[in-house]
Design a protein around this ligand. Structure first.
Ligand SMILES: [Fe+2]
Length: 251
């Protein structure tokens, strides 16, 4: 392996077919972003949650599944707060283990031999069962990357930090403090770009495919509507990672 490339997209927020999401045609955004992603020739695609606009809709997942399968590029999807874990599990990822007790879809995937932990933070928190699984997955093998919809800590975006942040930051910080290896976390949800360096882990927040949020205000205020995706280049047998975000200014 010299270089392995992952493209990450998030918060595509698809409404029912024929409808628009706040005057944005998010189907068109998705298709434009995917065209750019195809041009990047990625080895893998990660979707970091919020497939649906507001409410989870079965037809939307079916459409998404067909669309993603048609690309012939391996991909993984996680649950966002506008998703339904069970619908996503049964329609998009029937090959994965769905936890029927807690109604959560969390899993591990080795991408090019590197361990990725995919969490289900759809409810803004993890069940005790998921925490226990997460702890043991961190312990029993050298996980390097975590993919989750919510940033696990606040990120200087008042609209999101006040209303829609992760509910269990303290627990997250404590767990990662007890973990020895280097951990990098990729999230979506906040509709901004952020890099956060913590003592025990780093976080990269990827902007949305839909609309970006102005981080100066507590009330929702759109910043701009250029859709975005992230490139993640993993180099030198997984010891180095370079990441960049790309906006579609000509969308
Ligand atoms: Fe979200």
């Amino acid at each position: 392996m010299s270089e392995y490339k992952i493209c990450l997209l998030t918060d595509i927020h698809l409404p029912r077919r024929g409808e628009k999401a706040m005057e944005v045609d998010t189907y068109k955004n998705l298709e434009n972003v995917i065209q750019r992603i195809i041009g990047e020739q990625p080895d893998y695609i990660i979707n970091a949650g919020d497939i649906c606009f507001k409410e989870p809709v079965e037809e939307t997942y079916l459409w998404f599944k067909n669309y993603m399968d048609s690309l012939n590029i391996p991909y993984s999807t996680i649950v966002g707060n506008h998703d339904d874990s069970k619908m996503m599990a049964s329609i998009v990822h029937p090959e994965l283990n769905f936890n029927k007790d807690t109604n959560e879809l969390y899993y591990v995937k080795y991408i090019n031999g590197i361990k990725f932990i995919f969490l289900d933070s759809g409810r803004g928190e993890l069940s005790d069962q998921q925490w226990e699984w997460f702890r043991s997955e961190l312990e029993n093998d050298e996980a390097k990357y975590i993919i989750m919809h919510h940033p696990p800590v606040e990120a200087h975006v008042p609209h999101m930090d006040i209303r829609y942040s992760f509910n269990q930051s303290e627990r997250f910080l404590n767990l990662l403090a007890a973990h020895k290896g280097e951990i990098t976390i990729f999230t979506g949800h906040y509709h901004v770009e952020r890099t956060i360096l913590k003592p025990d882990f780093n976080i990269f927040i990827t902007p949305s495919c839909f609309v970006q949020i102005d981080d100066r205000y507590e009330e929702f205020q759109a910043d701009h509507k250029y859709p975005c995706f992230r490139n993640i280049y993993i180099e030198r047998e997984g010891t180095e990672m370079i990441s960049t975000v790309k906006y579609l200014y000509n969308n």
